[in-house]
Design a protein around this ligand. Structure first.
Ligand code: SAH
Length: 457
């Protein structure tokens, strides 16, 4: 690598041709070979941008003018798109977003996996790629003496006040508006990060889209909520579908959104939703896929790849509240689920019972520790399903999975880089894949979800 000084300095206005797109959706151009990342610039465009940050091997620049426009560019419908940072791809037409996501998976399999022959299928997108999210978590704070609630501006803790979020379910949006209005009118003080004072830190709204059941979680710095009764009353009046109002007490100085303790202020401790015919109870801490329409599409792909006949033993690793295993329960003889969050495991057991599923067992623990133990205990699943977080699977887990000798290993991934890395590892161990199916779970953001199946070579 060249040791030369970077050819740009902060504040400089440059013109450049955008050659590609980073995995977060930024346009990438070059100045004398030096990479410059420009958010909201599109591959193929010539743009004018102002350099904001210079590192040893790359720089960041802010888009100022599009000189030659790409046909993939589309006007972003959201008014706060640029300030917010929650979405990264609204400046692309939806078909172009899907093409870009597919390319990202192809690139990962080529560059990280060294597996250029794996076929990456076109991304399955949504017919209506808006208002899809079933959960909102909105930080509250102060700005110029006014109560605000919205999103953190990119790479900062400055809250951008917003009234509507176009990818959010309208009820979740309205919950935030109602709480904000009440906080302003009644004087419920939001939390101040610097002084660690004030009350309201975040508002979380969750809706079961198939049942309509709505949950509101008020995350507070301490036990007291001024005007609590009036606030709950307002929420009840505004939302006939409200089923649960919960206070989550969170007094620590941390970026983690939820504290440990939940207190039911009104209604039930959980709401319910369906994925296909299976009913799930969702509590404030439960992980539940945020895009219910695409969750079913994703799980149907898992079903297709698992190719079950009803006789199989399956493992559902990183099972959360048991969703994938329980969704496939009708096609399997025995299900073993493992998950590290104890509350999620409790939910999984409860969900199995609620659906009359008695051939599923769930264990709390790290999948990379529990799987080797199951191997020793002689558990030999026919199909193993893994759905790890972004960092992918630990080698200990993949080793145990391979030694169990399943007919298939179905891998659900929210990060193509770690999927490709793990695919390479599995190929070395004799489990190969020919095909990957990406599913768009998060339209307008740069996230890509994939499903694939590994079989013995
Ligand atoms: N399959 C579920 C959840 C997927 S999210 C669904 O589709 O809804 C990934 C899950 O892995 C989370 O619930 C997280 O708590 C859990 N997890 C993270 N690290 C883990 C580990 N090392 N072992 C077991 N579970 C883990």
């Amino acid at each position: 690598m060249s040791q030369q000084k970077p050819p740009v300095v902060p504040g400089q206005v440059i013109q450049l041709k955008i050659e590609g797109q980073s995995h977060t959706g930024d346009g990438i151009g070059r100045v004398n070979g030096f990479a410059v990342f420009v958010p909201q610039a599109v591959a193929g465009e010539r743009v004018e941008a102002k350099v904001t940050k210079v590192k040893k091997t790359y720089a960041h620049a802010r888009l100022q003018k599009v000189i030659e426009e790409s046909p993939d560019r589309a006007p972003a419908p959201c008014e706060v798109y640029e300030a917010c940072g929650g979405c990264q791809l609204q400046h692309l037409s939806y078909p172009a977003q899907l093409r870009m996501k597919r390319q990202q998976v192809i690139d990962s399999f080529q560059r990280i996996g060294g597996l250029p022959d794996v076929e990456v299928l076109p991304v399955i997108g949504m017919k209506e790629p808006w208002a899809y999210r079933n959960k909102a978590q909105v930080p509250f704070g102060w700005r110029k003496g006014q109560v605000v609630g919205g999103f953190y501006a990119p790479q900062s803790h400055r809250i951008v006040d917003i009234e509507t979020c176009l990818i959010q379910h309208p009820d979740n949006d309205r919950v935030v508006s109602v709480v904000k209005k009440m906080a302003r009118e009644l004087g419920i003080p939001p939390y101040r990060e610097k002084s660690h004072r004030g009350c309201l830190r975040h508002v979380m709204a969750r809706i079961g889209v198939h049942t309509g059941e709505l949950m509101v979680v008020l995350i507070t710095n301490g036990r007291d909520i001024p005007h609590r009764k009036a606030l709950v009353e307002q929420l009840r009046q505004a939302f006939p579908n409200l089923r649960s109002v919960i206070q989550n007490i969170h007094t620590r100085r941390t970026n983690v959104i939820l504290g440990k303790e939940n207190r039911v202020l009104w209604g039930q401790p959980v709401i319910h939703d369906y994925i296909g015919p299976v009913k799930f109870a969702i509590s404030p801490h439960s992980f539940f896929q945020v895009n219910p329409v695409q969750t079913e599409v994703l799980y149907e792909q898992v079903r297709r790849y698992a190719a079950l006949t009803g006789k199989e033993t399956i493992v559902d690793a990183y099972c959360g509240i048991g969703t994938i295993g329980l969704y496939l329960a009708g096609d399997a003889a025995k299900i073993y689920g493992v998950e590290s969050v104890p509350e999620a495991v409790e939910d999984a057991r409860h969900n199995a019972e609620m659906n009359g599923i008695d051939h599923a067992v769930f264990e709390t623990g790290a999948a990379e520790e529990v799987m080797p133990r199951w191997l020793k205990e002689g558990i030999r699943p026919d199909v193993i399903i893994v759905d790890p977080p972004r960092k992918g699977c630990a080698p200990e887990l993949l080793d145990a999975a391979v030694e169990m000798g399943p007919r298939r290993l179905v891998y659900v991934s929210c990060n193509p880089s770690t999927l490709a890395r793990d695919a390479k590892y599995l190929a070395e161990k004799g489990y190969i894949t020919h095909e990957v199916q990406p599913v768009d779970m998060f339209p307008h953001t740069s996230h890509v979800e994939c499903v694939t199946a590994f079989e013995k070579d």
